[in-house]
Design a binder for this molecule. Structure first.
Ligand code: HEM
Ligand SMILES: *[C@@H]1O[C@H](CO)[C@@H](O)[C@H](O)[C@H]1NC(C)=O
Ligand SMILES: *[C@@H]1O[C@H](CO)[C@@H](O)[C@H](O)[C@H]1NC(C)=O
Ligand SMILES: *[C@@H]1O[C@H](CO)[C@@H](O)[C@H](O)[C@H]1NC(C)=O
Ligand SMILES: *[C@@H]1O[C@H](CO)[C@@H](O)[C@H](O)[C@H]1NC(C)=O
Ligand SMILES: *[C@@H]1O[C@H](CO)[C@@H](O)[C@H](O)[C@H]1NC(C)=O
Length: 367
């Protein structure tokens, strides 16, 4: 309590700015009846700020403008040390009391976090366009959100499997992560139908199963990750847009490609992820087809089984603008210059969705 008071006093001015922002935000949303008392707010941003910034009472840096945005974001967005993730994609079958179930989910998350402080448990709940419109009845919030549309042609297709709700549960420990998944399943029984469940993990040296290090060009540190992923002002401050695609690799074919050619296809070396000069890589190498590195935060992880079933990458990225991710996708699927990303010859997306991850303030407002 004492520590918290000192910590808050030091940051009183930023605290006041944030409160003003939240009140203003409430007016814009036309939300006059919510019970967002001072205690709630304090709790929301002390807990989530510490988690998001990966710090504790003693070593948390003071709020800057970037940090106050991160403080009201869901803690699984800018977090960076997870080793495992469980993905649940579901359709919503019953909207009754949905906000209450979201609050129950948040309570379970917080209590597991208190019980296992070392586990780095964090999560993101996000919604598809239809669901977000139904839940908020507000056309202005997340106005870039839309349904994923199929892209590509011939054998290079990015299919749409747009669903209503996404849980992106992340942790350093599989045991605690699985508990959260079990509770999630129980909490939403009767409200959702889970259509896709993927258990992912960081593989050796952060390599994808194609054998290359994934995530070399990715924002590092809370400030850079916030800048890339979180909406920084307006009513959606602290919110984030998401693109997700589960890829299924064709590893038998990939493994027959000589390493030098693999490197030309990816555009980086296999050993240590050094970027290849233009004249040594394929013009349609993966790194040439994707760009905007510091505007998009990637949190993809490998998943799979060894018995011949699906093995691949669950690609998931976060950005403050949906269009940045869509542009990358258009580029990979030949819509910019007619040429497909060469990597798509060896891995195929089997799902595809856009989502909006509301800020904690928006989540707490849902009925
Ligand atoms: C199975 C699918 C995929 C695999 C195996 C894969 C793997 C890789 C690897 C190995 C790198 C180089 C290291 C790095 O900078 O992270 C990379 C870079 C990158 N990938 Fe992917 N990726 C996949 C799908 C995607 C998709 C669908 C997107 C976006 C729509 C994407 C966006 C990027 C970006 C932005 C970079 C950094 C490019 C740069 O600026 O150098 N990736 N990916
Ligand atoms: C998950 O919930 C469904 C009902 O929605 C239930 O049938 C199933 O047994 C639950 N899974 C576990 C592992 O408890
Ligand atoms: C944030 O990004 C900048 C520019 O890319 C980089 O110089 C800086 O080291 C990054 N911050 C952290 C904490 O890594
Ligand atoms: C990456 O590996 C190459 C060749 O093995 C080496 O020349 C280069 O110095 C290495 N780069 C880094 C950053 O380790
Ligand atoms: C913050 O994001 C903007 C655009 O999204 C980008 O232009 C800028 O370089 C980023 N700043 C840092 C420090 O990464
Ligand atoms: C796809 O891969 C095969 C070899 O695995 C290669 O012969 C073919 O040219 C590739 N196709 C494209 C469009 O890159």
């Amino acid at each position: 309590m004492l520590i918290k008071n000192i910590w808050l006093k030091q940051n009183l001015s930023v605290f006041l700015i944030l409160v003003t922002l939240l009140i203003f935000n409430g007016l814009v949303m036309g939300d006059h009846g919510g019970d967002h008392g001072g205690d709630d707010l304090e709790k929301i941003f002390t807990d989530s700020y510490r988690k998001g910034a990966g710090c504790n009472d003693k070593n948390c840096p003071p709020f800057g403008s970037t940090n106050s945005v991160a403080a009201i974001a869901q803690d699984g967005i800018i977090s960076e040390n997870s080793k495992f993730s469980i993905i649940l994609e579901a359709s919503i079958t019953n909207y009754q009391n949905f906000g209450k179930k979201i609050k129950e989910f948040q309570d379970i998350l917080r209590s597991l976090q208190r019980r296992y402080p070392q586990a780095g448990l964090c999560s993101v709940v996000a919604f598809g366009n239809n669901a977000w419109k139904v839940l908020t009845n507000n056309d202005q919030s997340a106005n870039q959100l839309k349904n994923f549309v199929q892209r590509g042609k011939g054998e290079f297709i990015a299919p749409s499997t747009q669903r209503d709700i996404l849980f992106h549960l992340q942790c350093i420990q599989m045991d605690v992560l699985f508990s959260l998944a079990l509770y999630t399943n129980r909490t939403f029984t009767g409200s959702i139908k889970i259509e896709e469940e993927v258990h992912c993990f960081k593989w050796e040296e952060s390599r994808d199963f194609i054998g290359f290090i994934d995530g070399t060009v990715n924002p590092v540190g809370a400030a850079n990750r916030t800048n890339a992923s979180l909406v920084s002002d307006g009513q959606d401050v602290g919110g984030s847009y998401i693109m997700s695609q589960r890829f299924r690799h064709e590893l038998d074919r990939w493994s027959k490609v000589p390493v030098m050619i693999q490197e030309q296809i990816v555009g980086r070396t296999k050993d240590n992820s050094t970027i290849l000069p233009r004249d040594q890589r394929d013009p349609n190498a993966h790194v040439a087809k994707t760009f905007l590195g510091n505007r998009v935060l990637r949190k993809s992880m490998p998943y799979g089984v060894v018995n011949g079933g699906d093995i691949g990458l669950y690609f998931i990225s976060y950005s403050h603008h949906l269009s940045f991710m869509e542009d990358q996708l258009k580029s990979m699927f030949g819509e910019l210059n007619g040429q497909f990303d060469r990597l798509l010859n060896y891995t195929k997306p089997v799902t595809g969705s856009y989502w909006y991850a509301p800020s904690l303030v928006q989540l707490n407002r849902l009925n």
